[in-house]
Design a protein around this ligand. Structure first.
Ligand code: PLP
Length: 476
């Protein structure tokens, strides 16, 4: 059956050649574009009424429709002035790796299917484990994101520490700053909400150690089975790093699994200057690490590292008859035995390609640049009247709010929400809000190597303009 006509193949070839150049331009000129681009009602209506045609449409028509109606309508998380959530600046080398990997489409579930990709995945994981200070025997695999990395590690933790009968008594410990994906993961693997203890954090948003110890002891006295503590290296809200050494000590004491959620902050390990901030991570049992956040990868690139990968195999390895021909030999890895997926894309290749071309020193400089950007914002804000720093620059994140005297807490919450909305509507930069200590605050996460000091200073100036205008309107 000839599914593609010669003419279509020729047309597609032409389009894709032009596509490479136009996407390179898209990345090159990112900073000149509006940071938040949303589809209008007409576009959504057009897309919804399209349906699936019984007879196909011309290649060029579909290509152009996708460019215009779909890809043009997305927030530019790679934009140098996207400071919302955790932005995802993309290295063009990752873009290249992504296109190459998708084009060849290796099945990275088993060594038999893709030994080259499997070997690169092992080597990339080995490099990451080395940075984490794990032993040579450590391992892990790539998954789609931090949520899946946390889920994978927590499943191994459950099986390492609890018998089937003990599961309903198990207790896991998080902090009030732990990412929601941890509670979601624990729910997916069968734990009730009352089996997850949220330990309060201190004024620097780090898990309080005496409270953690007291909670574990109280649970033991009540006949429960504490099994895991989830520490965070780089919380999403403030970039704070939990006291890893103390948590490791507690986990060793009570024989608990120590998982570190480094989805955001594990990338600090690549920085030659800042790596020491994660001291203690080498004592953990597992670590989540998103490369699609601070290592400039396109989406779907995250690693879960485990001190002893036999725990992954124990949880995830199954050997049905139709996979027997693909059993792995000495030194080979079948990644389908280490995580929930069977068929899986080769997610590590683009990161490997990026690192091969850039070198780890350039990656280190890139991480340090994020630190400097947040510090620049902090200094600029401290010079302006009526701005309050809620959490100082840490791991490229800073939280602050406009707080002129004489306004109620509620009015301040509304005011800061308004400032964010006004700034975003301008299209120059994107700054969103979060909540800390019950207050609505503005948050900047600045990890894009293309962001300049001037970008940051201009953004702070615009925030200040929006703030004064909003207050002016309130009193008018
Ligand atoms: C982003 C983030 C996650 C979730 O990662 P995804 O890749 O979005 O699934 C988990 N934990 C922390 C600390 C994060 O910042």
């Amino acid at each position: 059956m000839d599914l593609i006509r010669k003419e279509q193949k020729r047309e597609m070839g032409e389009l894709m050649k032009g596509f490479v150049d136009s996407t390179l331009d898209f990345y090159e000129n990112m900073g000149t574009q509006n940071v938040a681009r949303e589809a209008d009602d007409e576009t959504i209506h057009r897309l919804k009424s399209r349906g699936i045609p019984a007879k196909g449409r011309p290649v060029k028509e579909v290509f152009e429709e996708m460019e215009r109606d779909v890809y043009a309508n997305q927030s530019l998380v790679q934009h140098p002035r996207c400071f919302a959530c955790v932005p995802s600046p993309v290295s063009l080398f990752s873009w290249m790796g992504d296109i190459m990997t998708n084009a060849y489409d290796p099945h990275a579930g088993s060594w038999l299917n893709a030994s080259g990709a499997g070997c690169i995945e092992q080597e990339t994981i080995r490099w990451m484990c080395g940075l984490a200070g794990y032993p040579e025997t450590a391992g892990g695999l790539f998954v789609s994101g931090g949520s899946m990395a946390n889920l994978t590690a927590l499943t191994a933790a459950r099986d390492a520490k609890l018998t089937y009968a003990d599961r309903e008594l198990g207790v896991a410990y998080v902090s009030d700053q732990t990412h929601s994906s941890v509670a979601k993961g624990l729910h997916i693997i069968g734990f009730r909400p009352d089996q997850v203890r949220s330990i309060p954090s201190d004024s620097a948003f780090r898990m309080k150690i005496p409270e953690l110890r007291a909670a574990i002891e109280a649970d033991l006295r009540a006949g429960k089975k504490p099994f895991a503590v989830i520490a965070t290296a780089g919380t999403t809200n403030t970039g704070s790093i939990d006291p890893l050494e103390e948590i490791a000590g507690i986990c060793e004491n009570f024989s608990l699994w120590m998982h570190v959620d480094g989805a955001y902050g594990a990338s600090v390990l690549v920085s030659n200057t800042h790596r020491g901030l994660l001291k203690g991570v080498e004592r953990s049992d597992s670590l989540s690490w998103d490369a699609h956040k601070w290592l400039m990868q396109t989406y779907g690139c995250s690693a879960v590292l485990v001190r002893d990968p036999r725990y992954l195999a124990r949880t995830f390895a199954v050997h049905p008859e139709y996979l027997k021909d693909a059993s792995a030999g000495e030194g080979e890895a079948n990644f389908w035995d280490l995580g929930p997926e069977l068929t899986r894309p080769a997610r590590s290749l683009k990161l490997w390609i990026t690192l091969q071309i850039m070198g780890s020193d350039a990656m280190s400089d890139m991480i340090d640049h994020g630190y400097k950007l947040a510090e620049t914002a902090e200094k600029a804000l401290r010079r302006l009247p009526d701005w309050e720093i809620i959490s100082p620059a840490a791991q490229a994140v800073i939280n602050f709010r406009y707080a002129p005297a004489g306004l109620s807490d509620r009015a301040l919450d509304e005011l800061n929400q308004k400032i964010s909305r006004e700034l975003c509507a301008g299209g120059f930069a994107q700054v969103l809000t979060t909540e800390l200590n019950g207050k609505k605050v503005l948050r900047i996460c600045a990890l894009n190597p293309a962001t300049t000091r001037e970008d940051m200073l201009e953004t702070v100036k615009l925030l200040d303009d929006c703030a004064r205008e909003a207050v002016g309107r309130m009193s008018a």
